[in-house]
Design a binder for this molecule. Structure first.
Ligand code: ADP
Ligand code: MG
Length: 287
């Protein structure tokens, strides 16, 4: 039978906007010793601003238009920022054959031209020679009909509470914090350094995030548990693989909410330590 205090714990947590899907997760959560974060949208706002456009031959506005149109069907934070910078209504009849490649970017037909918008991995995959950009920020390379057209430099900022949230986890006895991201090493290391994250792994594809979590799982002892926190996009497999999967922001993807064991209603990373503390308190009452 399930002790009464478990119900109280789940009920109390839900009043704080923390949805715990079962009493077994309460126990696992109370033993979290390693917390692994996704970067974009979890520790950062996931609201990129376009800070520069570098082109070969076309005008900046045209590069941005192709990128925004090609990305029109994506719910990725990068896509949203490109739509915002473009600032105009998308004429969907101009766009066909959209393909989103997780961890790479997008390919689509726009006005009958083949557009690719994504990171250097995407350019390599398509055999396109691209310009190595050394600016600090996330880079979206654009190619048109197989020719490199330029890149858009975008930048994201850390959430106001991310640093305090990481410190609070340490105070609550979490031994290791880790950040995983598909973004570049440079961006990743800068964010991790700012936030005081112990370990950082960058330029990972969605499957690479799963392997990394598996490695971390096999490196720790049975008693200490690993929690993964993600905002949803491409995160479902890792949420499932972790001892405890925490989906952040109920506005996140349905797939993530489905795959998660704990759902945080808002996207404040302080909620993670709060959830752990609530679980510990209720486990103490039981045992
Ligand atoms: P994170 O690991 O930071 O949450 P993702 O795994 O969602 O990021 O994406 C990793 C990288 O793949 C991004 O930094 C970007 O370079 C590229 N990428 C993914 N989706 C898109 C997209 N829709 N448009 C352009 N680039 C993308
Ligand atoms: Mg992500």
């Amino acid at each position: 039978s399930i002790p009464l205090s478990f119900f109280a714990g789940i009920g109390g947590a839900s009043k704080e906007g923390i949805l715990i899907k079962g009493s077994n997760y309460l126990e696992t959560l109370s033993q979290a010793k390693c917390v692994v974060f996704d970067k974009t949208g979890t520790l950062t706002q996931g609201v990129f601003e376009v800070i520069g456009v570098h082109h070969n031959e076309l005008e900046n506005a045209q590069i941005l238009e192709y990128a925004a149109l090609a990305e029109c069907a994506s719910s990725h934070p990068i896509s949203k920022s490109l739509q915002k910078a473009y600032g105009r209504e998308i004429d969907h009849s101009r766009v066909n054959d959209i393909e989103e490649i997780g961890g790479y970017g997008i390919t689509a037909q726009v006005d009958g031209k083949s557009i690719a918008a994504g990171n250097s991995k995407l350019m390599k995959k398509l055999g396109i020679t691209y310009y190595e950009c050394h600016s600090a920020g996330t880079i979206v390379h654009i190619a048109i009909d197989g020719e490199y057209a330029g890149h858009i430099l975008i930048s994201d900022i850390v959430k106001p509470h991310s640093k305090a949230a990481v410190a609070e986890l340490k105070k609550a006895g979490v031994e290791k914090t880790v950040m995983l991201t598909g973004d570049t090493k440079r961006v990743a290391e800068q964010v991790a350094e700012t936030l005081g994250i112990d370990e950082v792994y960058s330029e990972l594809l969605p499957a690479g995030k799963v392997s990394k979590v598996e490695e971390l799982l096999s490196a720790k002892n049975e008693k200490s548990k690993l929690a993964f926190v993600g905002d949803g996009i491409n995160d479902a497999p890792v949420l499932t693989r972790a001892d405890i999967g925490i989906a952040m922001g109920a506005m996140g993807s349905d797939a993530a909410i489905e795959a998660a064991d704990v759902v945080l209603m808002d996207d404040d990373p302080m909620q993670i330590s709060k959830a752990i503390k609530i679980s510990r308190k209720c486990i103490r009452i039981v045992y």
